[in-house]
Design a protein around this ligand. Structure first.
Ligand SMILES: *Cc1c(COP(=O)(O)O)cnc(C)c1O
Length: 381
């Protein structure tokens, strides 16, 4: 992405700066790859729910994957047709479920037998017959693939395979539910194809098992999780969508007429966004120098929450200046409020502008007002 500071002039830092042209090229690449395939992509709204971003994505024709009632209403407001919205989450409230039915969303991704029974009851009471996919916990081995965090037996997501048969039967026998598919999601920031291949194998086995019982699913939803290059965003501004979709298409045994749904979040929006921050102080400690930014973990929590690292750039230092070693930190009263340790940066001074790159996903959408700070502003350039 190109950061044109003249276009951000007059705006306060910390500022989420989004590059519209990179977002649009990313979406074009997704559409180019899925053209002529049975794939439909639902954008995971939780990655970035900025209305300006949502509108660009809706205009590109993607569906939306939501995880709360307000994400559903926000997506509809941004221009996603209700019939292109799916809705997952382990704790959908009655109000959220009724709202989804009333809006006419495409389907619910149902995460437990308990939820399935409540949806059936509410549908009967309110006169709807919603489509449902059952979210299966694929229980892929965590020890060999430590980056997979949501597909494990021990966690709260999805229905365990041993309990799936009961849920399928319940959904089929309910007069108020329309069972349309199976849903999976194995985790996030997955940068090699192996976990996706394992997932495909699981899905094939499950499909064989149910086909033998005469049960077919119209939709297979494999969730999201495609990772991006946080180390070198300029070298890899657009993730390898072709490789990802090919892996799915080559490894999944789809039935004739079956739709393959993907829920991509990070891979669509991460690289088009940077968090721009101003240097408040350059502090000399005993053995270290600290760059203290006006952005903190409340603006971008990924480093503090997951130990993530965003590439740090000084946007205003002259090109020929010497480099120095700094810890780059925020102003929040938490020792985890650190963006980078021992970063090699051009000699930096108070007032310089610093970019935290690849911050378009799980940045602004996770911002908070901790320490009674104001939420960061944003601009789509
Ligand atoms: C978060 C989430 C996604 C998106 O994950 P990314 O890693 O951002 O692609 C997709 N589906 C579900 C159910 C999710 O919870």
């Amino acid at each position: 992405m190109k950061i044109d500071l003249t276009l951000a002039e007059g705006l306060k830092t910390p500022l989420y700066y989004y590059d519209r042209s990179l977002l649009e090229s990313t979406l074009q690449e997704v559409n180019r790859c899925i053209n002529g395939t049975p794939i439909k992509v639902h954008y995971a709204v939780k990655a970035n729910c900025n209305p300006k971003i949502l509108k660009v994505i809706a205009d590109a024709g993607l569906g939306a994957d939501c995880v709360s009632g307000r994400e559903v209403t926000t997506a509809i407001k941004a221009g996603f047709p209700a019939q292109s919205i799916c809705y997952a989450g382990v704790g959908k409230t009655d109000r959220e479920l009724i709202g989804g039915m009333k809006a006419g969303i495409a389907y619910f991704n149902v995460e437990s037998q308990e939820e399935l029974e409540i949806i059936s009851q509410l549908a009967e009471e309110y006169g709807y017959k919603p489509n449902v996919c059952l979210r299966v916990n694929p229980d892929i081995d965590a020890h060999t693939h430590h980056y997979i965090t949501t597909g494990l037996e021990e966690n709260k997501f999805g229905i365990h395979q041993s309990m799936l048969q009961k849920a399928v039967e319940f959904a089929q026998n309910s007069h108020y539910l329309n069972l349309v598919g199976l849903h999976f999601h194995i985790g996030s920031q997955i940068t090699n194809t192996e976990p996706f291949k394992l997932l495909c194998e699981k899905i094939n086995n499950l499909q064989d098992e149910y086909s033998a019982k005469g049960i077919e699913f119209k939709i297979i939803n494999v969730g999201g999780g495609l990772g991006i290059d946080y180390d070198d965003p300029d070298k890899n501004p657009i993730p390898d969508f072709k490789g990802y979709f090919d892996t799915l298409l080559q490894n999944l045994k789809l039935k004739p007429g079956q739709e393959l749904h993907c829920e991509l979040g990070r891979s669509i929006v991460a690289q088009c966004g940077s968090l721009i921050s101003k240097v408040t102080y350059v502090k000399k400690g005993l053995n270290r120098k600290f760059i203290i930014l006006d952005a903190g973990m409340n603006d971008l929590i990924r480093p503090a929450l997951y130990g993530a690292h965003h590439k740090i750039e000084n946007l205003t230092a002259p090109k020929d200046v010497k480099v120095d070693i700094y810890d780059v930190v925020g102003p929040i009263c938490e020792s985890s409020d650190i963006f980078g340790k021992e970063e090699r940066l051009p000699v930096t001074k108070r007032g310089d502008l610093i970019a935290l790159r690849s911050a378009g996903a799980y940045g602004e959408s996770m911002a908070s007002t901790y320490n009674i700070r104001t939420l960061p502003e944003s601009v789509l350039v």
